[in-house]
Write a protein that binds this ligand. Structure first.
Ligand code: NAD
Length: 499
C-alpha cells in the first residue's frame, strides 16, 4: 500500500494536479511507501494567498480566543502523539519512542505559546511629559513561512508555528519532502482545534517551493532550519527580498571529557548522544574530545556499550537505533569510513554490516561506527556527517581542547563532562558555541528559553521559540499620546523634550 501526500491550503487538502511529485521511502525496508506533491508557482501563490486572506481576521481575534485555540491544539496533539510518532517513524526511520520524544518537545512550545496573552504585554509609561503617556505594542507581521528539515518532522515545525500563530500571524509550512505526513496530520488537528481556515497551511516540495516563498512579496518573515549551505542561501535571498529571516544551519557538536570525570557516565552520554536517532540530530554529539590520559579507557567503555546497541526497524520496540533516512544519505555517511582511514584515522568500530533485528530487508542501514585518533585536518572532522559516526579526538590539555572547539566554524551545541565546577564555569563562559551542556550531552533549551547556535549554525539575529521567537514574529510599535486640553495650545517648533 502506498500513500499520497498533498498540500494543505485554506483549511483543506489542495485539489489541484501536481506537475511534479517526489517519492517517500520507508527507510527500514527501502521501499517507496508513497508520493508527495511538489509545489510550483501556482501552489505557492495559492498557499500564500490563503494565508494573506486569513490574516486580518486572525490578527484581530482576541488574545483569549487565540489562547483557547492553542490549548485545544495542545490537547489534540497530546491525544494523538502515538499516531504522530508512528507516522514520523515510518518515514524517517527513528524508533517510535524517540519520535514520541520529539512530539513531546514540540508540545512544550505549544504550551509556551498558550501563555500568549501574557507574552504579548507591551510597556506603558505614564506622564513621560506633562500629561503625556508612552507605550509599546507588539503586532504580528502578516504571512510567515517556515522551511524545515527531515530530521524532526514534528518538533522543528513546532519550534515555529505555535508562536507565530499565537502572535497573530498566519503561516505557510514547507516541511521536508522526505517525511511530509506528520505536518499534514498537524494541520488536520489545527482545523479540529478551531483554527480559522488559511491561518495554517502546508506546502510540500523542494527548492522550487522554497524559492517561491523567498521571492513572494506577501511573505513577511522566514524561519528556516536545515543544513548550512541552504541556510546561507535562504538567509541571503530572504534578506535581499526585504524579509525578516532566521536561518538555523548545521552542526558539529563536541563533547569535552576531562580526566577527573566518572568515565562510565561519560561513555553512557557519548553513546546515547552519538547514536540516538542514528546521529541524525542537529544536537547529536559527533566529536568526543578526550583530554589525556583518558582516551584509551574511554574508548574501551564506548566499545562495550556500542556492542550492546540493538539496531532495527523503528516500530520494533526492541530497537534502539533505526536506519538512515535515504539510501543516498546512508552511502554518503558510510563514505567517511574509508575516507577517514585513508586520512589516518583508526576505524575502531565498523558499522557497515550491522545485525539488524528482523533482517536488513533492503533498508538504509548503517550501524554505530567510531573513528578514533581523528585530527582536525580530516574530512571526517571538518564535515557535518549527520549519521551514526562518532569521531574521537585526543588532546593533551583542557586549553588545547577549548581552542579546538571554539575554532570550529559551527557553533550549535557542546558539552563538558567533569566534576570540576571551576572548569565547567570557565567552559560555559569562554566557549564559542550557542548552547552548552554541563554533564548534559544534548543541551536542547526548554521552550521558554530560545534554541539556536552561533557562527555557521545560525544566520540572523533571533533564535527559535522562547521570547526571541515572540520578538521574531512581532514588530514593536511605540505610541506617544496626549489627550488635548486648552493649556497646550500654541505653536512650538522646538524638538519635543520631556517637561
Ligand atoms: P536540508 O538543508 O537539505 O533541507 C532543509 C529544507 O530546505 C528542506 O525543507 C528542503 O526541502 C529545503 N531545501 C533543500 N535543498 C534546497 C535548496 N537547494 N534550495 C532551497 N531549499 C532547499 O537539510 P536536511 O537534510 O533536511 O536536514 C538536515 C540538516 O538540518 C543538518 O545539516 C542538520 O544539522 C540541520 N538541522 C539543524 C538544526 C538546528 O537547529 N540548527 C535542527 C535540525 C536540523
Amino acid at each position: 500500500m502506498t500513500t499520497h501526500v498533498t498540500h494543505w491550503i485554506g483549511g483543506k487538502p489542495f485539489d489541484g494536479e501536481a506537475a511534479r511529485r517526489g517519492d517517500v521511502y520507508e527507510p527500514a525496508s527501502g521501499r517507496v511507501a508513497g508520493t508527495v506533491d511538489f509545489a510550483g508557482r501556482e501552489e505557492v501563490d495559492a498557499a500564500v494567498a490563503a494565508a494573506k486572506a486569513a490574516f486580518p481576521g486572525w490578527r484581530d481575534a482576541p488574545l483569549s480566543r487565540r489562547a483557547q485555540v492553542l490549548f485545544r491544539f495542545r490537547e489534540l496533539v497530546s491525544a494523538h502523539r502515538g499516531e504522530i510518532a508512528r507516522l514520523i517513524s515510518a518515514e524517517h526511520g527513528k524508533v517510535i519512542s524517540d519520535a514520541a520524544g520529539e512530539v513531546a518537545r514540540g508540545l512544550e512550545v505549544a504550551e509556551f505559546a498558550c501563555g500568549i496573552p501574557h507574552l504579548l504585554k507591551g510597556g506603558f509609561s505614564e506622564n513621560v511629559s506633562t500629561r503625556v503617556d508612552a507605550y509599546s505594542i507588539l503586532q504580528p507581521l502578516g504571512v510567515a513561512a517556515g522551511i524545515t528539515p527531515f530530521n524532526f518532522p514534528a518538533m522543528v515545525p513546532m519550534w515555529m508555528f505555535p508562536v507565530a500563530i499565537a502572535c497573530g500571524n498566519t503561516f505557510v509550512l514547507k516541511p521536508s519532502e522526505k517525511d511530509p505526513s506528520a505536518s499534514v496530520r498537524l494541520a488536520e488537528l489545527w482545523a479540529e482545534a478551531g483554527l480559522p481556515d488559511g491561518v495554517f497551511n502546508v506546502l510540500h516540495g523542494d527548492r522550487a517551493a522554497v524559492d517561491g516563498l523567498l521571492h513572494h512579496p506577501d511573505v513577511k518573515a522566514v524561519s528556516f532550519v536545515g543544513s548550512t549551505p541552504i541556510a546561507r542561501h535562504v538567509y541571503a535571498t530572504a534578506a535581499a527580498n526585504g524579509k525578516r529571516v532566521q536561518a538555523l544551519g548545521g552542526a558539529k557538536n563536541h563533547m569535552l571529557v576531562l580526566p577527573d570525570v566518572d568515565l562510565d557516565l561519560a561513555a553512557d552520554a557519548a553513546v546515547s548522544a552519538g547514536f540516538g536517532s542514528a546521529g541524525e540530530r542537529c544536537m547529536a554529539i559527533s566529536v568526543v574530545v578526550a583530554v589525556d590520559p583518558v582516551g584509551d579507557e574511554l574508548m574501551a567503555k564506548i566499545r562495550e556499550r556500542v556492542a550492546k546497541l540493538r539496531v532495527g526497524p523503528g516500530d520494533d520496540p526492541r530497537s534502539e537505533m533505526g536506519p538512515l533516512v535515504t539510501r543516498a544519505h546512508r552511502d554518503k555517511v558510510a563514505s567517511y569510513l574509508d575516507g577517514g582511514v585513508a586520512q589516518g584515522a583508526t576505524l575502531a568500530i565498523d558499522g557497515r554490516d550491522p545485525d539488524v533485528l528482523g533482517g536488513a530487508n533492503g533498508g538504509f542501514w548503517l550501524g554505530p561506527t567510531v573513528l578514533d585518533h581523528v585530527t582536525p585536518e580530516m574530512d571526517a572532522y571538518k564535515d557535518e556527517i549527520f549519521g551514526p559516526v562518532l569521531s574521537v579526538v585526543r588532546t593533551g590539555s583542557y586549553e588545547e581542547a577549548m581552542e579546538l572547539i571554539s575554532a570550529n566554524p559551527y557553533g550549535n551545541g557542546t558539552a563538558i563532562f567533569t566534576n570540576d565546577g571551576g572548569a565547567a564555569r570557565r567552559f560555559q563562559n569562554e566557549v564559542e558555541v550557542g548552547m552548552v551542556g554541563v554533564n548534559v550531552p544534548i543541551p536542547v533549551p526548554m521552550a521558554y528559553y530560545s534554541f539556536g547556535g552561533w557562527k555557521d549554525s545560525l544566520f540572523g539575529d533571533s533564535h527559535a521559540h522562547g521570547m526571541e521567537g515572540v520578538h521574531f514574529y512581532t514588530r514593536t510599535k511605540a505610541v506617544t499620546a496626549r489627550w488635548l486640553d486648552p493649556s497646550h495650545g500654541g505653536v512650538n517648533l522646538g524638538f519635543p523634550t520631556s517637561g
